[in-house]
Write a protein that binds this ligand. Sequence first.
Ligand SMILES: NC(=O)c1ccc[n+]([C@@H]2O[C@H](COP(=O)([O-])OP(=O)(O)OC[C@H]3O[C@@H](n4cnc5c(N)ncnc54)[C@H](O)[C@@H]3O)[C@@H](O)[C@H]2O)c1
Length: 460
Amino acid sequence: MKLGVVGVGYVGLVTGACLAEAGNHVICVDSDADKIHGLRDGVIPIYECGLEEIVRRTAKAGRLHFTTDLNDAVAQSDVIFLAVGTPMAEDGSANLYGVYAVARELGNVLTEYRIIVMKSTVPVGTHEALTRIIRSKTTAPFDYVSNPEFLKEGAAVEDFMHPDRVIIGTTSQKARDVMTELYKPFMRKSKRLICMDPASAEMTKYAANGMLATRISFMNEISRLCEETGADAELVRQGLGSDGRIGSAFLFPGIGFGGSCFPKDIRALIHTGRTNGVDMPLAEAVWKVNAAARTRFADRVIAHFKGRESHAVLGVWGLAFKANTDDVRESPAVYCVQRFIKAGLQVRAYDPQAGPAAAAVLGAGLELCQDAHGALEGCDALCVLTDWQEFRTPDLEAIRAALRAPVVFDGRDLYDPQSMARAGFQYYAVGRPSGSGDHAGQGKASACAVSGRVPPEEPC
Ligand SMILES: NC(=O)c1ccc[n+]([C@@H]2O[C@H](COP(=O)([O-])OP(=O)(O)OC[C@H]3O[C@@H](n4cnc5c(N)ncnc54)[C@H](O)[C@@H]3O)[C@@H](O)[C@H]2O)c1
C-alpha cells in the first residue's frame, strides 16, 4: 500500500519504518527540516532498539522516504497517518494545536479520497473537530480512523511488529477493511484487531494509560506504607503480582512514572472529566501520589547531606524517564537531579543514552560522565534513578572503591537490602528496609526472591 505518515517522532518514525518493513511504500513528513535532512542522511533522531537498521534497510530499498512537503505525501498516499505531538497544555488539557494545524493543511491539499488515520493520543471527541476542520477546507471525500498507538518507548519496534491488540475506531466499512488488510502482517500471532466507533477508540487509549499509571501509583502508595510498617515492598509486589487476577505488570515501586505519555494523559483525562462535569478523583489521586513519590525520594537524598550540601558530590545513574530510551520528557530522574543541583549538591551523572538530552534540560549544573563507574569517582553517594539493565547487577566492590562514602540511594529498587548491608553499604530504597544492617533484612528477602527478580516493566 502507499502510505503517508505526518510527524516523525517516536510514534511516527516507528510506524513509518515498520509499515515500510512490511512491504508498504511510506512517505514520512515532518515540519522539522533539520530532522528530515538528517533522516535522509541516515541520522536517526531517537534511540529505539532495532529502529536504525529498519530505517536504513527500507530507505535503501526505496520504500521509505522523508520530506517536509505534506502535499507530496498526500498526493502519493492512499492512507495518511497523523502522529504529531499532543503535549500537555498549561491547564492540563491535551494541546491540540499541532493536530489542528495538520488537519487544516490536509484539508488544503486533499483533492481525492483518502483514509486519514489518527495515531496521536487525542481526547474523546477530537475526531469530530478534526473532521469538521478538514471538511471546511475541501470537498474531497475522506474517511477518518482513530487508531491509537500503544507502543512502549524502549520496545517500540517490537510492540509495533507484534501488537497485543490493534484498535480501529471508524464508522466506515471501507476504512475498516483497508486497516484490517494493512495490519494483517503484524497480527499473525495476536488476532485482536478490535473495531469500534472513533469516540470509544479515543477513550480506550486514555483508559489504558490511566489504568497502568494507577497501578504504579497504587504500588507506590503501598510502598510508602511498607516503609512505615517494616514490610518489604519488593516481597509484597511479588505476592501481589502472582495473583492471576492482578498480574505483575506495572507494579514496580520507585520514583514514579514520567515520559511523554502517562503524565500528560492523566492530566488530560482529568481535564476531559472537568469539561464534561465528571469528577475524576481516582485520576487526581494517581497524579498526586506520583508527584509525591519523586518529591519524597529527592527530599530524602537532600536530607542526607543537610548542612554539607556545598561539599557533597552525588553520582547519579540514569537520567532517562525509564530504561532503553533517550527520552527525558517528564523524567522523574531529571526532576530529582534538578532538585539536587538546586539544593547545592554537585552532580556527576551517567546514562547509557539520555545524557545529551538531559544535559540540554539541566544545563551547566550537570557534569555528564561517559561511563557508570567514572560517574562515581570521588562521590559521597550513588543515586540510581533509571532502571537500565547495566545498573542491575553492579560490581559492589568497585562501587565502594570509587565512592568516598558507601551510601546508595536506589530510586528503582534494583538491589537486595541484605546484600547491600552485607557489602557494607548504607542502602536506601523505596518501600524497603533501609540503613546499614540494623534495619536491613526486616523484610527477610530470600535469595530466591532476589535472583528471581524479573526486569521492571516500564510505562510507555
Ligand atoms: N512516545 C510514545 O511512546 C507514544 C506512545 C503512544 C502514543 N503516543 C502519542 O503519539 C503522539 C506523538 O508522540 P511522539 O512521542 O511521537 O511525539 P514527538 O514529539 O516525538 O514527535 C512529534 C513530531 O511531529 C512533528 N510535527 C509537529 N507539528 C507538525 C506539523 N504541523 N507537520 C508535520 N510534523 C509536525 C514534530 O516536529 C515531531 O517530529 C502523541 O499524541 C503521543 O501522546 C506516544
